[in-house]
Design a protein around this ligand. Sequence first.
Ligand SMILES: Nc1ncnc2c1ncn2[C@@H]1O[C@H](COP(=O)(O)OP(=O)(O)OP(=O)(O)O)[C@@H](O)[C@H]1O
Ligand SMILES: [Mg+2]
Length: 358
Amino acid sequence: MHIKSLELSNYRNYKSLNISFDENINIIFGDNAQGKTNILESIFLCAAAKSHRSAKNQEMIRIGSDDAHVRLVLTKKNIDHKIDIHLLNGKSKKIAVDQIPIKKTGQLLGLLNAVFFSPEDLNIIKNGPSERRKFMNLELLMLDKVYFHDLNFYSKALDERNKLLKQIIYDHTLESTLPVWDEKLTEYGKNVIETRERFIKEIYRHVRDISQKVTGGKEIIETKYVPDVKKDDLRKAIEDYKNYDMKTCVTNRGPHRDDIEFFIDGKSLKKFGSQGQQRTCALCLKLAEIEIVKESTGDTPVLLLDDVLSELDRSRQNYLLDNIRNIQTLITCTGLEEFVDSRFKVNKLFHVVNGNVE
Ligand SMILES: Nc1ncnc2c1ncn2[C@@H]1O[C@H](COP(=O)(O)OP(=O)(O)OP(=O)(O)O)[C@@H](O)[C@H]1O
Ligand SMILES: [Mg+2]
């Protein structure tokens, strides 16, 4: 799959932009704060229906404008598709696929598969568990519509149950309605856990293999899904925690507390890994994502590399570049030095200056 063209109007610092991409390697370069990441963000928006940096609609609309448009044309299995996203201030976004407005976000997901890699991905390893859940959720929602629905229903039930827990303090009779939400949490939560378990197994398979290759056999990185509660124990855990939940006014157990652990040669990467090892892990995760997209869709994703090349040493850079042949790649960078003596061919070059592209 590849993106043919992108059109932005009143998106971030772009008043209007219309560019077409090469099927292979595209470099987007420019000084800081010129709008390079904004281009990648708008593409990711077409893939996931949300910003990779969790920005609100309003933040993506050019300051001073009421609305913004992102229009993207992609080719998938030799057929062109058009995605049209209309961002409105204070309202939910409107999306059309091939000129037909869609009612539910889920209908967009899976059309464009993008893998986004930025230095912030180190946070997946370094930060708290919510970062790792976000990683699983973002990847899975593009690959698995059922997961998207399960997670949505789970999150809604969780919100409702938490709201109810706060009301019970004032009105004890409401306690009798808790089981309704316990039921829903269990139903959707089990599915969420099951899908995550499968996904991290897939990641494990690839990351183990890729990390060996990246490090020339020196280091093996492994991943492990750490569910807060095992699938079959969910209902009981929710029931067991009922009194504690009522005391704390939140739902304490369930997949909203899940985590992933990373190991390097059997040791915790978070606790013992060097900065470089953590970076290698982030790279392996992204390469694993590419493999998983290929296996599950039979097509290549579009790779968005935001400022990462300069962070990798030469051997890791080479490994990455060797493995993205035949994958449309958009690379942002501030300078072109890295490409002068590197072995790979740049097919198209964009220079970004203050919301304008040459
Ligand atoms: N809603 C908005 N309206 C207008 N301008 C915006 C909006 N949001 C962000 N910007 C501007 O966009 C620019 C940042 O864009 P972006 O993050 O794409 O930069 P960049 O080229 O990737 O920079 P760096 O090299 O530092 O990562 C800033 O100048 C910022 O003020
Ligand atoms: Mg940037």
